[in-house]
Ligand binder design. Sequence first.
Ligand code: HEM
Length: 181
Amino acid sequence: MSFSMKYPKCLKKTQAEVRDLIGKKGFVNEDDVQGLTYLKAVIKETFKLQPTAPLLVPRETFGKCNIDGYNVPAKTLVFVNSWAIGKNLETWENPEVFSPERFIGCSIDYKGLHYELVPFGAGRRICLGMRMGVATVELSLANLLYNFDWEMLIGMNKEDLDFEAIPGITAYKKKCSYPYS
Ligand code: HEM
């Protein structure tokens, strides 16, 4: 929702897609969501730029190994920086720019098979609730955009939206964007 407010063209495009598909039905269900290609791309781009668990869960190496010339001993604690992976210039063009379009016609997904995008992690420790998490986010966003028109509060600008996060295993917004709280 924050990215939608910051990029109103994207908000309008997502909303148009949902409303065109659903018409006057009154609500969006799980089956409908499968037809929302742009909304899914918006969510992917959000996962890429603002992953919920920026450092995944810590790992420990089984045995010693060598990575890019560095000797890594066994039982080394490893943090995988999912946040930085989403901003890697070798993978993504203009990675810091919010651009859901990059995912249209792109095979990269977040289900743990593409290491360019790991908002749910990968391997044995991959998020067990990924499908539930994705379904919840997709359904909520689709219904919020279908039923309501969104705009900034009077006196508030896009520049006032603060994306800074509180450090921790999961990233929460540091400041609520509502100016009167
Ligand atoms: C959009 C929502 C969610 C996101 C972005 C998310 C993200 C993550 C991430 C990044 C990890 C660490 C994976 C790794 O280190 O490889 C994780 C682990 C986990 N998640 Fe989620 N998650 C979400 C929703 C959920 C839900 C709804 C549930 C349960 C119903 C859940 C249950 C778990 C569990 C149990 C683990 C630990 C897996 C393990 O360490 O073996 N998650 N999640």
